[in-house]
Design a protein around this ligand. Structure first.
Ligand SMILES: Nc1ncnc2c1ncn2[C@@H]1O[C@H](COP(=O)(O)OP(=O)(O)OP(=O)(O)O)[C@@H](O)[C@H]1O
Length: 266
């Protein structure tokens, strides 16, 4: 399924957060969204998923959802958002409630999602008994169980240590290779974006506008190969320079505003 963002702008009261966002997320691609802190990345993801109505513009989907899709636009959150009093299987099954599925199908879907995320032996465990990495596996299994058309990932790995993050990135990619689910992935981590994404959209400082959309033109399987290191470093440097420019301008604007406030203070 394709996700189209057309002329989207958003303000929280007086605070303009997004401006003139046009973006087409292609079927089966992973699009990473990066930008300075406060540039509106999570707001844009919320608008894409229909959690938030934009002040201007619209979001549309095009194309069919996969067979058995119960919830076309499905989130994976940074803080896992698990219910502590429910088992792993109970947390995954939560996403199926209110869909009126027969018990046997519900069980089959839950078992399948747990197996795909390597959680089959942990179905009866509770979140408190699990590491952060395992909890996020449950978060991803809960998203997969509804067979989403588009996955919306809001910094899904940022609460995890570096090693667990690398491991989960590879596991997520293994699942994605089988399903090719369209995904939008918000992150602060350039290495993560460069590992996962087909394209990376860079937002400017607030109000966030699309500064550039960069295609990661190295096949995923080759991104850690020595022969590709130079190109990957080049892409990383380019992204870093864009973010640094935006952060510098934002800092200068803030300093100028403070100076004006001091001059005009009574
Ligand atoms: N519900 C809200 N009400 C008012 N202001 C909000 C609300 N949500 C976010 N903001 C503000 O809007 C701006 C953009 O927030 P948003 O979380 O979308 O940015 P972000 O790029 O995801 O930030 P970060 O990288 O720090 O996570 C920030 O200045 C934030 O404080």
């Amino acid at each position: 399924m394709e996700l189209l963002v057309e002329g989207v702008g958003h303000a929280y009261g007086e605070l303009a957060v997004l401006d003139g966002i046009d973006l087409a997320v292609r079927p089966g691609e992973i699009l990473s969204l990066i930008g300075p802190s406060g540039s509106g990345k999570s707001t844009l993801l919320g608008i894409m998923g229909g959690l938030l109505r934009p002040s201007r513009g619209r979001v549309a989907t095009r194309g069919a959802a996969p067979d058995g899709c119960l919830n076309p636009l499905t989130y994976v959150f940074q803080d896992f958002a698990l219910l502590p009093w429910r088992s792993v299987a109970g947390n995954v099954a939560l996403a199926l409630e209110h869909h009126g599925l027969p018990a046997a199908e519900r069980r089959a879907r839950v078992d399948d999602a747990l197996r795909r995320m390597g959680l089959a032996d942990f179905a009866a465990a509770f979140p408190a008994q699990l590491s952060g990495g395992m909890r996020q596996r449950v978060g991803i299994a809960r998203a997969l169980v509804v067979r989403p058309a588009v996955l919306l990932l809001d910094e899904p790995l940022s609460a995890l240590d570096a090693q667990t993050r690398d491991l989960l990135t590879e596991e997520f990619l293994a699942v994605w290779r089988r399903e090719r689910t369209t995904a939008v992935h918000v992150t602060h981590n350039l290495a993560e974006a460069l590992r996962l994404a087909d394209r990376i959209a860079v937002l400017s400082r607030r109000p966030g506008r699309i500064r550039e959309i960069l295609a990661v033109d190295v096949p995923r399987d080759e991104r850690s190969e020595p022969a590709r290191a130079a190109r990957m470093a080049e892409l990383n440097q380019h992204l870093w320079a864009l973010l640094r420019d935006e952060a510098r301008i934002a800092d200068r604007e803030l300093a100028d505003r403070e100076a004006v406030r001091e001059r005009t203070a009574p």
